[in-house]
Design a protein around this ligand. Sequence first.
Ligand SMILES: CC(C)(COP(=O)(O)OP(=O)(O)OC[C@H]1O[C@@H](n2cnc3c(N)ncnc32)[C@H](O)[C@@H]1OP(=O)(O)O)[C@@H](O)C(=O)NCCC(=O)NCCS
Length: 171
Amino acid sequence: MQAKTPSESRTIMTDLVLPSETNPLNNLFGGELLARMDRCASISARRHSRRIVVTASVNHVAFNRAIPLGSVVTVEANISRAFKTSMEVFIDVWIEDRESGSRTKANEAIYTFVAVDDTGKPVEVPPVKPETGLEEDRYAAALRRKQLSLVLAGKLKPKEATELRALFVED
Ligand SMILES: CC(C)(COP(=O)(O)OP(=O)(O)OC[C@H]1O[C@@H](n2cnc3c(N)ncnc32)[C@H](O)[C@@H]1OP(=O)(O)O)[C@@H](O)C(=O)NCCC(=O)NCCS
């Protein structure tokens, strides 16, 4: 299968924070942001694989900064690395200053999607060809994150997670 670049799967969704989507502090409710990120990531995974995709795992979410009511929120996703049937999706969340229009990074997350056929059976996806320095860094670390996710899910024995283990072994 021919490799695709992360820019080919880039997906950008911009929307407002409305009162029904906030917590008692008038900030965006965490579950609402998770849903927005899941939607954006699933479109990105579909663009990369051109298949039906399902969320296999939410590997990492950092709610670094509260997002106030009325904010303009942009969720940006692309595929950082593809394995055989699974894809790691990197998601960056930005908020926009009303007066200057400048963007501030608010949150980030990493999801894993799997491409499936009509019966839900996993199918192969194209590899990823990173282009920028950031894309190369994310690509390089993706295998360790996949191994960590599989270990936490009880699908891989820690002793088999060789790239992950190498992080903790001193030279
Ligand atoms: C995701 C799903 C298709 C995986 O099916 P499976 O029978 O476990 O298939 P496999 O073991 O062959 O795994 C398929 C791929 O997913 C990866 N995977 C499975 N669980 C994973 C996890 N927790 N973290 C990271 N990757 C995972 C496997 O490593 C494999 O990747 P690879 O082919 O690129 O090496 C299946 O569990 C499923 O359909 N889950 C429900 C999905 C869903 O409904 N999501 C919406 C949430 S409500």
